[in-house]
Design a protein around this ligand. Structure first.
Ligand code: UGA
Length: 435
């Protein structure tokens, strides 16, 4: 099938490359010339394990191309995906749909023959209806159907998530679109991934409900972690104990510094706004949003407490800046609020992140970026592990201790066994762990 992916961002680029790998003919369209230049040179604008090789393979086999010419690409397409950004709108927290609407109009003008137009961007309920209206107005003769097909991939494991999803959700009431989408995803159904058809509005809401539920699950275990600290219980064992119940499930129960990233913070807020507008508030999600916001800063206070109540004039080494490992994405990363809280309390910050330092540079001020873990830890009064990158999992504790002024480790991702670190001569503070 001939596919056009409008928007070569995270979702568009990964999905486009994966569809090409399934044997479809894919053109990724973006108006950002510098991004297209990079891609044509085989360089990736984002850090995502495996993506470069996947793109290279499909470009060399002529199944994947990049272009800024939306009109010609769309004219020859069977399926056009809209995968542009839907950031939080300044001021009110609603999803900003201006890119989606702009692309819908351009696509509408270029349609030629029956085409399925699919929104892959995370969009509020009713956006499919708006896209349909915009296309019909731009091109009253157009033959098309608008489908919602939200994406559930995670940064850092995006290709695996795309190719082996728990499910694919497709929202459409149109038979021709249903047939086209079944054909498109046939390689996945052969892999036994369920393709779930529902109405367009339901599919749109399903995406928000999924992200909100996961955000709530994380927030739940984070609150239980705080309680564990007060009651001398261990949150990892609690998580294991409840996760073995199939009704609860063991995933997304890692206590930590609060969720960040380009999706959960933005999508939970957008769902809250949608629900308020519908006069049907989602109070669990409202509370989740506010607990998570407070949590990020409170992690700064946790580090201060571990340092004896004051960090004025002290040097704190931060290991990990990105919102999670295997990405260079700094959007809404807990490290930003944590560093801010420490700096407000008078601390000097040295930081190291395997790939995120370039993107962090524009967001953080007065931070000394180090070339490695041990360089960051030199003369430090404490180290704080903020992101669970693999290279932080096997630190040479003796070397680390010998470099530091005081051996204090705050492990906000619980990647260490406390006994081991304490035996190494450190004072250790994790999240939700028994003393
Ligand atoms: C999330 C969803 O997991 C994807 O299914 C979805 O497609 C994506 O948003 C999106 O809407 O595009 P992502 O933001 O890439 O994916 O990352 P996650 O792995 O979900 O992590 C989000 C945040 O939650 C991170 O800050 C992570 O550290 C935190 N987290 C996750 C925890 O604190 N504890 C956990 O147990 C799991």
């Amino acid at each position: 099938m001939k596919i056009v992916m409008v928007g070569a961002g995270y979702v568009g680029l990964v999905s486009g490359a994966c569809f090409a790998d399934f044997g479809h003919d894919v053109i990724c369209v973006d108006r950002d010339e510098s991004k297209l230049e990079l891609l044509k040179l085989g360089k990736m604008p984002i850090y995502e394990p495996g993506l470069e090789a996947l793109v290279e393979r499909n470009v060399s086999q002529d199944r994947l191309r990049f272009s800024n010419d939306l009109a010609s690409a769309v004219a020859g397409a069977d399926v056009v995906f809209i995968a542009v950004g839907t950031p939080s709108r300044r001021g009110d927290g609603h999803a900003d749909l201006s890119y989606v609407h702009g692309v819908a109009e351009e696509v509408g003008r270029a349609l030629n023959g029956f085409t399925v137009v699919v929104t892959k961007s995370t969009v509020p309920v009713g956006t499919g209806d708006a896209v349909e209206r915009i296309i019909a107005e731009a091109n009253p003769e157009a033959q098309f159907a608008v489908v919602s097909n939200p994406e559930f991939l995670r940064e850092g494991s995006a290709i695996e998530d795309f190719k082996r999803p728990d499910r694919v959700v497709i929202g459409t009431e149109d038979d021709r679109a249903r047939a086209a989408m079944s054909e498109l995803y046939r390689p996945l159904s052969l892999n036994a991934s369920p393709i779930f058809f529902t109405s367009r509005r339901t599919a749109e809401l399903t995406k928000y409900a999924a992200n909100a539920f996961l955000a709530m699950k994380i927030t739940f275990i984070n609150e239980i972690a705080d309680l564990c600290e007060q009651l001398d219980a261990d949150v990892q064992d609690v998580a294991r104990g409840i996760g073995m119940d199939g009704r609860i499930g063991s995933k997304f129960l890692h206590a930590g510094p609060g969720y960040g990233g380009s999706c959960f913070p933005k999508d939970t807020l957008a769902l809250v706004k949608t629900a308020q507008d519908a006069e049907c508030p989602v109070r669990l999600i409202e509370t989740t949003v506010s607990i998570n916001e407070q949590r990020k800063r409170s992690m700064g206070r946790k580090i201060i407490k571990a340092c004896g109540g004051s960090v004025r004039g002290k040097k704190i080494a931060i290991f990990g800046l990105t919102f999670k490992p295997n990405t260079d994405d700094m959007r809404d990363a807990p490290s930003i609020s944590i560093i801010q809280a420490l700096q407000d309390a008078g601390a000097h910050i040295a930081a190291y992140d395997p790939v995120g330092m370039e993107s962090a540079g524009g967001l953080l001020t007065d931070v000394a970026f180090a070339d490695g873990i041990y360089e960051a830890a030199e003369d430090a009064d404490a180290v704080a592990i903020v992101t669970e990158w693999d290279e932080f999992r096997s630190l040479d504790l003796q070397r680390l201790k010998s470099l530091m002024k005081t051996p204090i480790m705050v492990d906000l991702r619980n990647i260490y066994n406390s006994d081991e670190v304490i035996r190494g001569g450190f004072s250790y503070v994790g999240v939700g762990r028994a003393k």
